[in-house]
Design a protein around this ligand. Structure first.
Ligand code: ASP
Length: 586
């Protein structure tokens, strides 16, 4: 190798040793007779000194070196004098006295500093991603990602899982999101689709008798643009035979707990993870991915104000809606303007307005005070457990709008007031999701999870009588208000699969055409099975304390699905188009 040691590994024990180092010049300080480099390789930094008295040629050459030059240095490890020890650097007790310097490669001045954690525009970072990845923060994130993936593999191998790859060139099926498709050259007019997930393949592996499968799987979904979404993302995908929901959850819970213990200094709030039904999550938190790091739960005031003189409350209750509130600790001092902004926020989420009540020493103050009886005020204070100085915010509307608007308000206020401990991981399971939801646009029922998810055993008859009431044997794992994974126990026989397809309005012919392989496979002794997929990017981002999954993906795309470094997507040549039997319609 061009080096005998890594920069970051040098310690006091090495004093007196002659070493050859190679790396990048992180920083350079010229003090005339003495020139200092901080030399960087993946392992860290070490200080190198060029003394004109020790080696004139090396010192002279060092004068020409600039940050990010790649150099090789031969020198002797020396203890730093007492006062010059740098306790903030792992190698801070020593330095390397350079005898020889070879410039392996020069560098242009980088478009942003590599040696400082300064804010840089995202477009520049993505265009020069290979330089961005040199920065300490990114390196830390990439190493963390590697540790997470290696741990997952190790954990699952220990549990007798097999890692099996599934095709990237797959078949387009109506599964939820839009497919990315690949035209076939050999079969004119036909297309492969990139997998939205290996869902069907992993189920077929269960039919094939593999019992425990996993894969670090890339998934592709051509979905509408959103700030923190990537057209391709990574899942820890797994599937197991002869299990029920508790078995899959226990495995994943053990994996997450051991993972956090091994590679993170964050604290898990509660073990075993709390399990909430979808209904409970929506009622208490207005969300199916509740952040449990703080309170401010939704409180139901409907009964307390059902007969109120405040018409909005009484009418909403009479129409079968809900009146719910959250109590914001210490926020009675919020200004009119602040409350107006919150009102705008809930209006964007469908609410008609936001009622505020301030808990003051002599009772509740509110714009609707005069409509509320003393009993109503007392009940509101009692139900919300408001203390003096708290702000109660209430919405009266349909159950859906109340959940959506107060759920948003709860997380919005928590982040505004800094209520969520950044060092805590509050995991929970959300179970008992509805199996189907009504799609107004398509005028049909669609699967909440995916069309391979089983209904709860006793709920199958509901598929015909009252489809919206049927619950799914599905589960999501949530952490700090984010869904980090989801899965289900699957349908494993052709009869139930056909029943579900028909509930989804998929005709028998269509089902045979699209999912024939699965229906056929289920006729050859398919075992009961279920599984889950964890969103690896999101999980690593949480552990890295990063807001965006882009920070933990080596080469991410922008929110508009472009790669700024490669300039992709890009046109292809007329010849390629012709080979693929394609023409572009302007
Ligand atoms: N394939 C599912 C998904 O990508 C996960 C699962 O059900 O295992 O969401």
């Amino acid at each position: 190798m061009l080096k005998s040691m890594n920069c970051g590994a040098l310690r006091k024990d090495h004093v007196g040793r002659t070493v050859t180092l190679a790396g990048w010049v992180h920083r350079r300080r010229d003090h005339g007779g003495l020139i200092f480099f901080d030399l960087r390789d993946r392992s860290g930094l070490v200080q190198v000194v060029f003394n004109a008295d020790v080696s004139e040629p090396a010192h002279t050459l060092a004068e020409t070196v600039r940050p990010e030059f790649v150099v090789q240095i031969k020198g002797v490890v020396a203890a730093r004098p007492e006062g010059l020890i740098n306790p903030n650097l792992a190698t801070g007790e020593i330095e390397v006295e350079a005898h020889e310097l070879v410039i392996l490669n020069a560098s242009k001045t980088p478009p942003f500093p590599i040696n400082e954690d300064v804010p840089v525009r995202d477009e520049i970072r993505l265009k020069y991603r290979y330089l961005d990845l040199r920065r300490e923060r990114m390196q830390r994130n990439m190493i963390l990602r590697h540790q997470v993936i290696s741990f997952m593999r190790e954990f699952l191998n220990r549990q007798d899982f097999l890692e099996i790859e599934t095709p990237i060139l797959l078949k387009s099926t109506p599964e939820g999101a839009r497919d990315y498709v690949v035209p076939s050259r050999i079969h004119p007019g036909k297309f492969y689709a990139l997998p939205q997930s290996p869902q069907q393949m992993k189920q077929l592996l269960m039919v094939a008798g593999y019992e425990r499968y996993y894969q670090i799987a890339r998934c592709f979904r051509d979905e509408d643009l959103r700030a923190d979404r990537q057209p391709e993302f990574t899942q820890l995908d797994l599937e197991m035979s002869f299990v029920d929901s508790e078995d899959v959850r226990a495995l994943i819970e053990a994996l997450l707990i051991e993972l956090v213990g091994r590679i993170s200094d964050m604290r898990i709030q509660e073990q075993p993870f709390p399990v909430l039904s979808y209904h409970e999550a929506m009622e208490r938190f207005g969300s199916d991915r509740p952040d449990l790091r703080y309170g401010m739960e939704l409180v139901d005031l409907t009964e307390a104000v059902r007969h109120s003189k405040f018409g909005v409350f009484a009418n909403t209750a009479a129409a079968g809606g809900q009146i719910k509130a959250i109590c914001v600790p210490g926020a009675a001092s919020f200004s009119r303007k602040q409350i107006d902004q919150l009102t705008e926020g809930v209006k964007e989420r469908g609410a008609k307005g936001l009622v505020w009540l301030k808990a003051e020493h002599d009772g509740l103050r509110s714009s609707i005070s005069k409509f509320l009886s003393e009993e109503e005020k007392d009940a509101i204070i009692e139900l919300t457990e408001a203390n003096e100085g708290d702000l109660i915010l209430a919405v009266a509307d349909s159950k859906e709008v109340v959940a959506e608007s107060l759920g948003w308000l709860r997380t919005h206020l928590a982040s505004m007031l800094g209520l969520a401990d950044p060092n805590t991981l509050a995991f929970c399971w959300v179970v008992d999701f509805p199996l189907l939801e009504w799609d107004d646009e398509e005028q049909r029922w669609v699967a909440v999870h995916h069309p391979f998810t089983s209904a709860k055993a006793s709920d199958w008859p509901l598929l015909e009588s009252d489809p919206g009431k049927a619950l799914a044997n599905a589960y999501d794992v949530v952490c700090n208000g984010m869904e980090i994974g989801g899965g289900s126990i699957r349908i494993h026989d052709a009869k139930h699969q056909s029943l579900l397809f028909s509930a989804l309005g998929i005709s028998e012919e269509e089902a045979r055409e699209q999912f024939g392989h699965l229906l056929e496979a289920f006729r050859y002794g398919a075992p009961p099975h279920g599984g889950i997929a964890l969103g690896l990017d999101r999980l690593v981002a949480i552990l890295a304390r990063e807001d965006s999954i882009r920070e933990v993906i080596a080469f991410p795309k922008t929110a508009s699905a472009t790669d700024l470094m490669l300039n992709s997507p890009s046109p292809i040549s007329a010849r390629q188009l012709a080979e693929l039997h394609l023409s572009i319609v302007e």
